[in-house]
Design a protein around this ligand. Structure first.
Ligand SMILES: Cc1cc2nc3c(=O)[nH]c(=O)nc-3n(C[C@H](O)[C@H](O)[C@H](O)COP(=O)(O)OP(=O)(O)OC[C@H]3O[C@@H](n4cnc5c(N)ncnc54)[C@H](O)[C@@H]3O)c2cc1C
Length: 426
């Protein structure tokens, strides 16, 4: 490839904070909230103009279950909080039995999850970050870390004002793609994922259904193009992308929209219209760190350094696992933590950690850990994990699974709850 040398230049320092969070998806929002609630000055850098990442921009407006399918709430803390925040000003589809946020609902297989309205979630995320005094800098792309050995001193960004730098003591990479870690030289792994493209649509049938049920979201079902989990043949015919190469990302963007356009051309004579489309690529898994520990599912095992319980995405009762603190950090880089779908995990473990509840959990853990490390003047490797667990537990996180959940392995299938909230067409 032809190359040129970029000239070096002086750039302004645009801000300084205790903690800088790079990427404002739900993981980044959660990390920023956690650090701010620990009394730290937090700057959140987001390349788009809204918070929420895949959950808003990427049109993934289904907050997956935070219970185990047997009536036990598995996630608390900010995972539970953000589920309700996303649905604060729009519709929700939280079953009545969970609306009050119960710890346990006897005898139910209804899942504690919700669909939410994207604009309403965006406004609520603005509100909650503003309430907690997180300084959100929109429309600003992280470009490069400023490294001194294994320590990150700052980041270089680019926006309408040109290049600039932000400095901090601790950094959280919640870019989804491990951009900060990768550019800081951390070991990462990249995986392909299949093309997906979700739109919202509306027609007279969906409007009629909404009138019958009294639920607005029935009027605007999601239509899924490309890969549909569980649909026969889907995995063999849909193209795959790594999502970390600009040419490939462009191919995905053009190809996915063409699928939706072809469908529209075919159906435009009908009483039907598309309402919204994704404004960021719908990549499930791209690049993640290979951290100090790689999370792989081990049923029923208690993890000493757990920062919280997690569950797989399934309509059926879910086995509960514990995610280790060391899955958030690199072995060498002293002051960067991972949050969200780019944490260190493999196989089924990665599938679990990319779900919204797991992303929000690791955000809370990373933001809290960054704050404790600053206060204790420690590196992320030397952090007192017991103190972190204590702080997270005080914030509502379930660090270890209860004995009754530990035994919840190989659970029997249960009938699908009535009125599945997916509301999806394909
Ligand atoms: C097709 C599909 C279906 C899914 N279905 C579900 C589902 O039904 N329920 C569920 O719970 N989960 C689902 N998921 C997974 C879930 O949506 C995501 O894994 C989760 O939302 C990721 O959150 P995150 O904050 O880690 O990352 P992201 O949401 O990807 O956020 C990353 C943020 O960082 C920003 N950013 C990136 N690079 C930079 C940079 N260089 N500078 C500044 N900012 C940057 C981005 O703009 C974005 O806001 C699905 C995912 C896909 C793709």
């Amino acid at each position: 490839m032809k190359t040129i040398t970029e000239p070096s230049r002086e750039i302004p320092v645009r801000g300084e904070a205790d903690v800088i969070v790079v990427g404002g998806g739900l993981a980044g929002v959660s990390a920023a909230l956690a650090a701010a609630r620990c009394g730290k000055k937090v700057i959140l850098i987001e390349k788009s103009i809204v918070l929420g990442g895949l959950a808003t921009l990427g049109h993934v407006c289904i907050y997956l279950p935070i219970d185990d399918g047997m009536g036990n709430r598995v996630f608390g803390g900010q995972v539970q909080e953000l589920l309700h925040v996303c649905a604060r000003y729009g519709y929700d589809s939280i079953p009545d039995c969970w609306k009050g946020g119960a710890e346990k609902v006897e005898g139910t297989h209804e899942r504690y999850k919700t669909n939410f309205n994207i604009p309403a979630a965006v406004y609520a995320l603005d509100e909650i970050t503003s309430d907690e005094k997180v300084e959100v800098i929109y429309d600003t792309s992280f470009c490069a870390p400023i490294m001194e050995g294994n320590t990150c001193k700052g980041i270089i960004v680019e926006n309408k004002s040109g290049r600039g730098a932000y400095l901090a003591d601790m950094f959280i990479d919640s870019t989804g793609d491990a951009d900060l870690f990768a550019r800081a030289g951390a070991q990462c792994e990249i995986r392909k994922n299949r093309l997906s493209f979700w739109t919202h649509e509306i027609d007279t049938a969906s409007m009629k259904k909404a009138l019958e049920t009294g639920r607005v979201y029935d009027a605007v079902p999601l239509r899924w193009f490309g890969y549909i989990p569980g649909k026969s043949g889907s995995a063999d015919t849909v193209p795959e992308f790594y999502g970390t190469d600009a040419d490939e990302v462009n191919t995905y963007i053009k190809m996915s929209r063409k699928l939706a356009l072809d469908y529209l051309k075919e159906h435009q004579a009908e009483d039907f219209t598309q309402m919204t489309i994704p404004f960021m690529p719908q990549f499930r898994m791209t690049r993640h760190i290979v951290g100090k520990t790689v999370f792989a599912v081990e049923p029923g095992v208690s993890v000493d350094s757990s920062v919280g319980c997690v569950i797989p995405c399934t309509d059926q009762p879910a086995a509960v696992y514990e995610f280790p603190y060391e899955g958030l950090i690199d072995s060498d880089i002293t002051n960067i933590l991972a949050a969200g779908r780019m944490v260190s995990a493999t196989g089924k473990g990665w599938e679990i950690m990319r779900n919204i509840p797991s992303c929000v959990l690791t955000g809370q853990a990373a933001g809290t850990a960054a704050s404790l490390a600053i206060s204790a003047k420690k590196t992320v490797q030397d952090l007192n994990v017991a103190a972190l667990q204590e702080k997270l537990a005080a914030g509502g996180v379930k660090i270890h699974m209860a004995d009754e959940l530990r035994n919840n392995q190989n659970l029997p299938p249960v009938p699908k709850p009535q009125g599945s909230i997916y509301n999806v067409r394909s």
